[in-house]
Design a protein around this ligand. Sequence first.
Ligand SMILES: Nc1ncnc2c1ncn2[C@@H]1O[C@H](COP(=O)(O)OP(=O)(O)OP(=O)(O)O)[C@@H](O)[C@H]1O
Length: 599
Amino acid sequence: MPENHATAKETKGASSVRTLLRLWPYLRPVRARWFAAGVVAVTASCLSLLIPLVLKWMVDGPVAERDPGGVWLGALYLLLLGVAEALLFGLRRWLVARPLTGVEAAMRADLYRHLQRLPVAFHDRWPSGQLLSRGTADLAMLRMFLTFPLMFIVVNGVTVVAGCAVLLAQDWLLGLILLVPVVPLIVICALFETKYALVARRAQDQVGDLTTVVEESVLGIRVVKGFGRHRAQAEAFRTLAVRLRGTELDKARLLAAIWAVIMTVPELAVGAALVLGTVRVADGAMSAGTLVAFLSTALALRWPVESIGFLLAMTQEAATATERYFEVLDEPVEEPACRPRAESVKAPGGGLRFDGVTFRYPDAPPGTDPVLARIDLHVRPGETMALVGATGSGKTTLTALVPRLHEVTAGRILLDGEDIATMERSRLRELVAVAFEEPTLFSASVGENVLMGAGGEADEGALRRALAVAQAGFVDGLPDGVRTQVGEQGLSLSGGQRQRLALARAVVGRPRFLVLDDPLSALDVHTEALVEAALRDVLRGTTALVVAHRPSTVQLADRVALLSGGRITAVGTHHELLRESAEYAWLMSGTEAEGGGSR
Ligand SMILES: Nc1ncnc2c1ncn2[C@@H]1O[C@H](COP(=O)(O)OP(=O)(O)OP(=O)(O)O)[C@@H](O)[C@H]1O
């Protein structure tokens, strides 16, 4: 379970405003509507400040003169003001709702596109839950922020300034009494924001960790149930949930404290102004209407002032969500080609050539040996080379270097004499097809899953041929044939069925180079023999590197390379290696014994 790898960034210190300003490119296309909505909301909010002035007119005029007609007229004005305010707030909502869901969708699409282009090394490093929570909860929070808190910080700020001007204009002494607490309130709010930023970040990271556990439990439900691990998983979940609850309680405590201060201080100031105002009315220094208007203005300003606490809190959470979003978006994507063209001069000789290839995983501890060290290997054009080695010797790693899922640390890999590091990735992936031992199928039809390997150029005939090569006749027995939807990760199919579809996907585009990482491991020996016979036909024109554990798979190959201690220690035919390499003979005898036993 990864620790909060992102919490280290809590101390990053970039101001919230600077972080939030990064949202501008997304807000820009809808700025006209957003600003129009802001103007509408400010107008609506300032209209509410007219209500006290109408009250003053009523108290000093029609009420003092006992004129019922005037009172009704005043009531009508109040009603109109209230209706106008409500309509304007409704208009504001209508103006922003649609464009801001568009902003959220655009940000989500950018995140997804970026995630697809990030290197495998990034995905090895980042827990999926952290990415999921950024694409869901964080983005929903940002939409909410743009719809509500951001606008209301502006609207309430303008309303408070306008309200203070009205208060000072009515009676500057009482106005000053109300304004005195503003300075300590600003200081307290700044302190609150700093503290809240840390807790908000912690909470959002913990949501990501929790998402990871849920996702792992759902995807690994068979293992969880098979090993009776549901209690342990539930315990792990509960621990994280309790930790998140603690953080949410910290947030609630901070909010409660700031709320208490923000509510109490202005109430005290209003109380003081009320006492002083009453004395001044009794002394005849102020009209009763002015006092009523003053107090109703002060009360009308209560919501804009009191809301500051949670608006600041939501702003802080939005800043954290923005920071988390851009942490992913700022990660550099795979370079289309990482070496200068000058080096792309074709080397002599075709086929697949590893030339002094060394590889170390980016996250390997410093000082450790590379997984692969100075690999020199030549797979001739049209040849099938089996790659054999003890478990953990680096076979999968070596095959992953050919489609550039990882970049070589040193050396180069040549396809028909051309360094893959200088090739456009799209071209490289047209040339090379891969099938892994763990076959991943997507939530799509069988046919769509297979045709993914052809880059959209294959037809029904190619699909049928590929299914035939992979001995995937079982497809016709599925409810809708090739149109049958396979569930999440193809879980409704057996392991061997999934492997055969993945193999069909690899061969459907008739690639020039084929990299197969033990693609037949889940098949019974009879099916494997049939697949091999069909593959031999396909592989005739294809240069192939096939990771093999079983002698039956090795038989498919023209030659075999033995990987040991991160190096290629022997190359030859199966029979040559059996004679010349004790390690190879040992590896094959073990598997042969297993294979033989099962036959
Ligand atoms: N993403 C990774 N980050 C760091 N080290 C890794 C990573 N993936 C694999 N390794 C390490 O690289 C070494 C070679 O692993 P690899 O999967 O290539 O072996 P393999 O020969 O294919 O094994 P097997 O036959 O069991 O599939 C192992 O020691 C493994 O721990």
